[in-house]
Design a protein. Structure first.
Lengths: 358, 325, 358, 325
């Protein structure tokens, strides 16, 4: 049972081996560390860049111009905000040149709360990112999706943004990645032994990863969401850290006879409207859940689209559960809990909405 | 000293570029376009540069990250003069942006010319990437980036120096600054504490040179030397050229001729006269030849159509057309 | 009849004289140019900064730390996107220090389309700006509001963002700014003579502005919108360039017996929800109009709030009219017209919505 | 040579700072806090700096734009050791951020210490602003900014050099880089093409100096000289200090003692022994004194309450409390 971090690592290895991935770079991405979250350990092409986010995005764009596939990491999305102009540039390059140039490149960055990261290690980036045209944006919520979405990003001919929910980096899924050791404790330990850099610094210096042999191209098509919990009373659309909370909420509420459909959006842009739309037609009400701050939030876009196309199909107002509109996420438990959606918030929201259905 | 043939080629290109820019300015003033920006005053340096670029597509050819005063470079490389006129007129046929972008915002994959964009100095960041690609590729091709003096105040210029000077990881980038002494209305001497911009390269142990960009011979030689170094040593070189800004910043500042600045064409004509390569009559007839050519293109282009409104979504993604969501 | 540019200039002069405004700076803001749109001509405290947006915002924050009131200009909002981290920093400084520090500073920047500015002189900034907590954000649509809102910004103890619709910079209003010459052709010429820098460069060198004497503190409270056209069939909420178009649409439709209420939001954050809410209760339907790209757009926030609080008051779905989600605004007329709302789009939108009312 | 009294003061402060940092590290490891970052290894330079700062509020006092390794500077200025422990524990009483921010993220208006924030290098931008204010104000007070070596790769460091070196508009800023040879796991020598970071200041004609930041006497003197220059000349000075990183980057990297690095306290103790100002026994008892003091504070602080969840909106705006929209 790989973690999300391991899944990313295996996907990048697969990319190096089969998709011509040439550069995986960013701050502390290469040896000795292999990424602050271990996601780039043991990769052939990983290297450490200067501490310069603007240079990192610029380098990625230039590499893409030269058709050199790369994954550029911004260590925390909290530090991506001085590069928005560069992200916009990447997003408008194909369009501005009337289709002459295009940029096969991937930017990867950890997002969100959940690790008590305080003001500058808890930011979300989905709202701003979805406002920037020309990118494809993904955000997995489990290892299998992390693996499959990364592969798709690596094959994509356009700029792709791979948002990794920090809180889930060491989370494990219940589905296997093809080729990984069995989903047992022993398998888990074996995988660790094979692809995790040893903690001991001396050993680490000569260490080489032993990649699972059966890895294959299980890419997940960009733009496809997934129903991860079926139900018919309310549709809940989420992604990233809040997704497992929504599933948990659905499970809990099922015990009280409440039937919740949970959609994992997986690709934020362009998103799977067909899937959402169909579910809304079934449940007649919808909640969008994410943890970015709630003003000018991507969930608000989805609500706009919902009322534009389904106003008369709704049995209750569409609802947003998102982060409070505060300048930061406070470090104290009490503050973080009050700032971003928690399981209880989501359960409450669902119950309230169902109670409103007419 | 340049051989006669090269001198004549350079002169022709300089005049062609100037005449074309003047036509673009006129078009703009006649409302055949909304905005003009370009490179009159930089012809000497730019033609000398364009002629020495290793032209082609892919890693084995020079990669170009240019700003909006680069017309003469591209003409010297063999770009047709039709495109710039189409772009000024915002026709669908504009080969660079299909009527989407401002004048002088070229994009030519066949020349490895990545799209010229308006934000000052971001080209110094994207140059890093092609520089890395060419560092890792067995070739003598290099990355070339240019931009103005005021723009060096953006952190991006420093980023280019830093990334290209990493020990053992040096990048084969020819880093050019064309110093015209102005950023729109702001005089360089009010903003620059460094004596020469090249000093900032020296701080990184970088090879650098200063050149009079109004002097064709000096520019040609300095560029050749700098390029040679980068091609062979696979290390960066910072080249600062002093140039003129002959028609002010852009049409937003009137785009009128400024007689206070040295005109590199006039300067070069003196050399050509001295060397008895051309006469005053030749100068006039060469100019007329390009004016006629340019006018003919103009007359053709103004009959061409603008892009259709329903194409706005096209190429948001590669090969995609129409609204996609 | 002052233009918006002249109104801003007079407000800044008033600020220098009475509110201790110490620095008005940015690229080409000082002599000789006085701003690419003339808005800072003749000011005592205006000066030219290096070509460095990050430095400009940093300097503004530092000046505010030192209690030196400033207005920092970003020449076009198209060039503000490399400073988003700094804007976030400004917006979180009071909060992060638990109220110990606060930043009295103003950032001014021209926004929007309407001057055939192509890809990099047509951007809007309201979506991203409203997603950044801790700022107060204004966007006037006429000279009187430009004057009054700027004065309020200069008195504010928090970071304020003054967005100027480029297309309206030389527009004149029908209301006088107290102290300006009479609203006649002659008055207009007189004002020009008094406070516009002479075009002739020689004369300009020794020129001194002659500021109107009767200028006074007609500040407009931040957070207050205004009903600029009364009506009862539909509420239209807008600001900036699209506001006069909405008014024109309302006037045109009035001739066909359609009664449109137009609200000029003026302050985007925090906004006048009470005013919007009351109008919705009256008209039972609402259209939000702005020209930023439509995905994760501030108008979508207003729609979310609308369905949250007024779902059952609505006789038709709330509607957004905004810019197409494209990577840039193309230069050709045809492209710009198809990319951002025009009078016809707005009229059509209103008529369609009214037809939908049940 | 420093007089005896100053040496003793410095030694006390260095030990106090070290002991306090070690307590914070222990608290973090014991889950009395989520994250530690701080300055063990920089005590020599930082105490020498703190003692020479013109401390107070407003334009007539030094303005401080610091990064997260500045505890010893602030203790030397007279900051109470209670606050850092409260901040580590994220209590409502945390005087810097009310339990909102990470350890070492101080904010002290009475010291002109603007909030220390996590993003690397933005302090070099905000320093420009107080620098401008102090350039225009008749005072000998200056702006002081510090940060690490890796961070100088951000364009913001270049911006600080550019803005503070504008001709006739120079800013009175003491620009400090504490060079510990690392950026988290990335070795400086793999990234820096410049021989010394100070060379980048020299490119702007700036006065600069290199100093061994593990050497108390040398640091004290170099800081004094640099400050004098900035206070009198009202021009920038770039000071680079080589320092140690004794507990690795942060708790994210384990925060374990690194015996390979020079310990400035040990180094200074040798001097004190040589000068017979203190004995080994004194060292032990001074350490114990601060350990006791620190433990007592710790025991008090862990009884204090966290902030309440419903305070999250407070101070989004000045003096505002509660949800405001
Ligand atoms: C990031 C950015 N900021 C501001 C502008 C507006 N602008 C366009 S050209 C220019 C001056 C550039 O001066 P310089 O770099 O010396 O180049 P020059 O035009 O003199 O060749 C400015 C400020 C811009 N295009 N991009
Ligand atoms: C803008 C930004 N990018 C990345 C980070 C993550 N980060 C925190 S500390 C650090 C290394 C800093 O190294 P240096 O500037 O040398 O300072 P040191 O920690 O060594 O004192 C990094 C990359 C950050 N805080 N801010
Ligand atoms: Mg210039
Ligand atoms: Mg360091």
């Amino acid at each position: 049972m790989a973690t999300v971090a391991q899944a990313i690592r295996m996907a990048l290895h697969y990319g190096e081996t089969y998709f011509g991935l040439k550069h995986v770079f960013g701050q502390d991405v290469g040896p000795p560390l292999g990424g602050v979250f271990t996601a780039t350990q043991g990769l052939k092409t990983a290297w450490n860049s200067p501490l310069d986010e603007r240079g990192i995005i610029g380098a990625a764009i230039g590499l893409a111009f030269a058709s050199q596939r790369c994954v550029a990491e911004i260590q925390f999305c909290d530090y991506i905000f001085n590069t928005i102009d560069m992200l916009k540039l990447a997003g408008n390059t194909c369009w501005s040149s009337n289709g002459q140039w295009h940029l096969p490149m991937t930017v990867m960055t950890p997002v969100g709360s959940g690790i008590r990261g305080s003001i500058y290690h808890s930011h979300s980036f989905d709202a701003m990112a979805t406002h920037i045209p020309g990118w494809k944006i993904v955000m997995p919520s489990n290892p299998v999706d992390a693996y499959g979405l990364m592969l798709s990003c690596l094959k994509e001919q356009n700029p792709t943004l791979f948002l990794v929910p920090k809180a889930l980096l060491y989370a494990r899924g219940d589905q296997p990645i093809h080729g990984e050791p069995p989903l047992t404790k022993e398998g888990q330990a074996l995988l660790k032994k094979m692809i995790d850099k040893p903690v001991d610094e001396k050993t680490a210096q000569t260490w080489e990863p032993q990649w699972p042999e059966g890895l294959r191209d299980d890419s997940i098509k960009l733009g496809e969401g997934l129903i991860v919990h079926e139900g018919d009373q309310v549709t809940v659309v989420s992604y990233g850290r809040t997704l497992p909370l929504c599933v948990q909420a659905a499970k809990n509420l099922a015990q009280h006879g409440i039937s919740v459909e949970v959609i994992d959006l997986r690709t934020l842009w362009p998103y799977d409207w067909a899937l959402i739309s169909k579910s809304i037609l079934k449940t007649q009400c919808v909640i969008y859940v994410n943890e970015d701050t709630e003003v000018t939030n991507f969930g608000e876009h989805l609500i706009r689209r919902t009322v534009e196309e389904h106003f008369y199909d709704l049995a209750a107002p569409p609802k947003l559960i998102a982060g409070a509109f505060v300048p930061g996420i406070g470090l104290a438990d009490t503050l973080e809990m009050a700032s971003v959606p928690q399981l209880a918030t989501i359960m409450q929201g669902i119950e309230q909405l169902i109670a409103m259905k007419v | 000293m340049l051989i006669a043939e090269t001198s004549l080629t350079i002169y022709h290109l300089m005049v062609e570029a100037r005449v074309l820019e003047e036509r673009l300015i006129t078009m703009c003033k006649q409302h055949h376009g909304y905005f003009w920006i370009g490179g009159p005053g930089e012809e000497a340096f730019n033609v000398a540069l364009g002629l020495q670029i290793k032209k082609g597509q892919g890693l084995d050819y020079d990669f170009l990250h240019f700003h909006y005063r680069s017309l003469a470079i591209l003409l010297a490389m063999g770009m047709s003069p039709v495109g710039p006129i189409q772009q000024m007129k915002s026709t669908a046929s504009d080969p660079f942006s299909g009527g989407r972008n401002f004048s002088s915002h070229y994009a030519i994959p066949e020349f490895n010319l990545v799209p010229i964009t308006s934000p000052i100095e971001t080209q110094y960041l994207t140059a890093i990437g092609t520089g890395i690609a060419q560092r890792d590729h067995p070739t003598d091709a290099i990355t070339i980036v240019n931009g103005g003096d005021a723009g060096t105040a953006e952190g991006d210029f420093a980023s280019c120096l830093i990334w290209s000077a990493r020990p053992q990881q040096e990048l084969p980038i020819l880093i050019i600054v064309t110093n015209n002494g102005w950023g729109i209305s702001t005089a360089a001497h009010t903003q620059h504490g460094e004596k020469h911009i090249t000093n900032r390269g020296k701080a990184f142990g970088m090879q650098t040179a200063l050149v009079d960009g109004n002097d064709v011979e000096a520019s040609y030689a300095a560029i050749g030397k700098a390029m040679d170094y980068v091609r062979k040593e696979r290390k960066p070189f910072l080249l600062e050229a002093s140039v003129s800004r002959l028609y002010n910043h852009s049409s937003a500042s009137g785009a009128n001729f400024n007689a206070d600045e040295e005109d590199p064409i006039v300067t070069f004509e003196k050399t050509l006269l001295e060397r008895q390569l051309l006469t005053e009559t030749d100068f006039r007839s060469i100019r007329t030849q390009y004016e006629t050519q340019t006018r003919q293109i103009f007359e053709q282009v103004i009959t061409e159509s603008p892009p259709l409104g329903d194409t706005i979504y096209d190429y948001t993604y590669w090969q995609q057309t129409g609204k996609y969501w």
